[in-house]
Design a binder for this molecule. Sequence first.
Ligand code: ZN
Length: 134
Amino acid sequence: MNGGETAHACTHCGRELDAAWKFCVWCGARVIPEERAEAMRAAAAAAAGDAGGRHHAHDEPIERHVNPAAIFALVLGILLSPLAVIFGHLALSQTARTGDRGRMPALIGTVLGYSALVLVVIVVIAWVQLRALL
Ligand SMILES: [Zn+2]
């Protein structure tokens, strides 16, 4: 203990300062009171820790929100792909019987309907499997 006033060090050059000095005599930097420097360091550390914590929380796969549009698309695909298949087959049989034009769009609609149906089945199976694994 030598007076208790020698704890101040320049934040710029680190040399010992007199408590009364407003500027460092060694390097000319402004002297920041120790309490304030401490508060600034604490704030910086808190900010860094907070940002890190938020980043970490974002990485955790717990309670991940399911996009409602994805559910809607899945439901729509399940509901509409059988309709595409039904109307496709209906159109194919009608165009074959009546000789109307539209065989190609009917065929495309049917194929797309079946593709969507298969895709939906694959997605549902994959989803159930993933849910079982997690
Ligand atoms: Zn200095």
